[in-house]
Design a protein around this ligand. Structure first.
Ligand SMILES: Nc1nc2c(c(=O)[nH]1)N[C@H]1C(S)=C(S)[C@@H](COP(=O)(O)O)O[C@H]1N2
Ligand SMILES: [Mo]
Length: 202
């Protein structure tokens, strides 16, 4: 695949900087579940083994933190968010997805970004299960959004009609966080005001 260019305002970094604003939680993978709930017809849950045995998507894409560092050539592997969410029966007026984590961290994403073709629940980075400090057992990865939307130690995907702030959005970070539109802070110009609901997507 062709190399992706460096987005405006970013610098290639040599290594990941590990962020854990609320600390690194203890995770017992045998009891861990990923729940899909909120504005859906039926709540669904997945164990780690269930996710691991679903069809995997894999690609090489960079990671972009809003504090300006980017990591080239990361091999991501996981399960399509669409495939994880669809069995819940998303109600047509859903417009946002909130990712909830074991440590209490949260990150909202517009539904059309969360359910984009390339959006995955990442289970592996560079061929190995996520390291504990990198969000084991699971984190969403949406290639065209800044890294703060890649919520580590994911436990719940909540479908919502209306926008709510997550952890960083409360401090003024952007509702969507599109890397190519440089949506770093609320009010940065972008296309997030043109909102789509699930019912009009497909
Ligand atoms: N649960 C949780 N997820 C998180 C964060 C965090 O502090 N807690 N930081 C976010 C930010 S700002 C970035 S850039 C990436 C960093 O990923 P890394 O720690 O694997 O380098 O995680 C994101 N996901
Ligand atoms: Mo970040």
């Amino acid at each position: 695949m062709e190399e992706e260019p460096l987005p405006s305002g970013q610098v290639w970094g040599r290594r990941w900087i590990i962020y854990a604003a609320l600390g690194i939680p203890q995770v017992d993978v045998s009891s861990w579940k990923l729940t899909v709930d909120g504005n859906v017809r039926n709540v669904v849950e997945y164990s780690y083994d269930e996710l691991i045995s679903m069809e995997h998507v894999s690609y090489r894409r960079p990671f972009h933190c809003v504090t300006n560092w980017s990591i080239k050539d990361v091999i991501w592997e996981g399960v399509s968010i669409r495939k994880v969410v669809e069995p819940a029966g998303v109600i047509e007026d859903s417009r946002w997805v909130m990712f909830h984590c074991l440590d209490g961290y949260t990150a909202p994403v517009p539904i059309e970004d969360a359910l984009h073709q390339d959006s995955i629940i990442a289970l592996k980075i560079n061929g190995l299960p996520l390291a504990r400090q990198q969000g084991f057992p699971a984190r969403p990865f949406i290639p065209h959004l800044y890294g703060w939307k890649s919520a580590k130690w994911l436990r719940r995907i909540e479908l919502m009609k209306d926008y709510k702030d997550g952890y960083w959005e409360m401090y003024g970070y952007h509702e969507r966080g599109n890397v190519w539109e440089e949506e770093r802070f609320k009010g940065d110009e972008g296309r997030h005001r043109k909102r789509t609901s699930y019912g009009t997507m497909w």
